[in-house]
Write a protein that binds this ligand. Structure first.
Ligand code: SAH
Length: 348
């Protein structure tokens, strides 16, 4: 019987490993640097793209490795300029990533998992079961693809990255951190970590781990209610780790990083649109240096939940401001093409 040996993903190798590979194959370590640059800076999709590498060496690479590059399978442009991409992975699975342009910046919203396991009952991605984690290079490639779109359509490079696409980034901790390392390193895209925000449902253990690892990027937590019964109803994860545990982890995060956390918060009709809800949020925020981003709700198919009216949102703004807690309202982009927060569900 034959066993075809599976070729290795060349981008799973570090630069040092790649250099060592060439030395053991009778070449110079420097060849590893050249190939590494093709893989991570010049965006090569195949070994044949590597024009300063000899044909013989390219053939040798081809017999040993594959490049599992992502493919932008479908691209939709919204009338507000937002672009949603269906990204095909090497095994045929699909994730979505979005370019959100404004006059002054271009933000990439990237996915960290195929599907999601967390069951937030207002989120379209929760309807898809979690299939697998993305690899570091699959996360990195989304950023590169969106940077290229930004340069082409907006005439400037990508300025910000948010991990607010499909999946829970802290449940794919190592790969997300590896991708961010590459995005911020000089050998990758040399982007500042200050321009990267990781958004999480709020897993206390993992938030503490981020603090211990002294990460330099920003942290956003999807809060949606500062009352346990309400939050548990919307986000089942709150039954496993409640608001008090979350707060303790965030205080730990702040003590170590001195970085203010952002709370993402949707105000829903009849769910969290009362004065007591706004006051609970203000009281919670007072215990941890934070700011609040009020997000517009993007309805998903079944229409079970509705955005609260503007009076309720004003009430939140007034209550938070009275307690000197910074608050902003995030207007949704790309709604007409289902590219807004919580709408990523591989509809096509
Ligand atoms: N798992 C991470 C990141 C993905 S969701 C997290 O939960 O933070 C990105 C943001 O979109 C989160 O704040 C989430 O609560 C919010 N969101 C999900 N569904 C939404 C919807 N239908 N309308 C508006 N925001 C939504």
């Amino acid at each position: 019987m034959f066993f075809m040996e599976k070729k290795k993903d060349i981008r799973a190798l570090s630069k040092a490993e790649l250099r060592a590979f060439f030395v053991t194959h009778g070449d110079k370590a420097f060849r590893g640097d050249q190939v590494y640059e093709w893989l991570w800076q010049k965006g090569a999709h195949s070994f044949d793209d590597m024009t300063n590498i000899s044909k013989q060496t390219r053939a040798m690479l081809n017999t040993n490795f594959v490049i599992n590059h992502i493919k932008v399978d479908q691209m939709q442009r919204s009338n507000d300029g937002t672009i949603k991409n269906a990204i095909k992975l090497h095994d045929g699975l699909v994730v979505e990533s979005v370019l959100i342009p404004t006059e002054t910046r271009s933000t990439a919203c990237v996915s960290s998992q195929v599907g999601c396991s967390l069951d937030c009952n207002f989120c379209a991605t929760a309807r898809l079961k979690r299939m697998r984690n993305l690899n570091p290079d699959e996360i990195y490639d989304q950023v590169v693809a969106i940077d290229q779109q930004s340069r082409y359509y907006q005439n400037h490079k990508l300025s910000n990255i948010v991990f607010m696409g499909m999946g829970e980034p802290l449940l794919n901790y190592n790969n997300v951190l590896k991708a961010i390392d590459k995005i911020t390193s000089d050998e990758g895209l040399a982007m500042s970590p200050k321009r990267i925000t990781l958004s999480t449902v709020g897993l206390p253990k993992m938030i503490k781990k981020l603090a211990d690892d002294e990460v330099k990027f920003n942290l956003a937590v999807s809060l949606h209610s500062a009352i346990d019964e309400v939050r548990s109803k919307m986000m089942p994860i709150n039954e496993k780790s409640n608001l008090a545990e979350l707060l303790e982890a965030l205080q730990y995060w702040y003590a170590k990083t001195k970085k203010r956390v952002t709370f993402e918060y949707v105000v829903w009709k009849s769910i969290n649109d009362k004065k007591k809800d706004a006051e609970a949020l203000a009281a919670y925020c007072k215990k941890i240096p934070s700011k609040v981003n009020l997000i517009e709700y993007n309805a998903i198919d079944d229409g079970e939940f509705q955005q609260a009216d503007s009076k309720a949102v004003d009430l939140y703004v007034r209550t938070l401001e009275a307690h000197h807690i910074p608050v902003t309202i995030r207007r949704s982009r790309g709604k007409d093409i289902d590219a807004a927060c919580g709408q990523l569900a591989n509809k096509n």
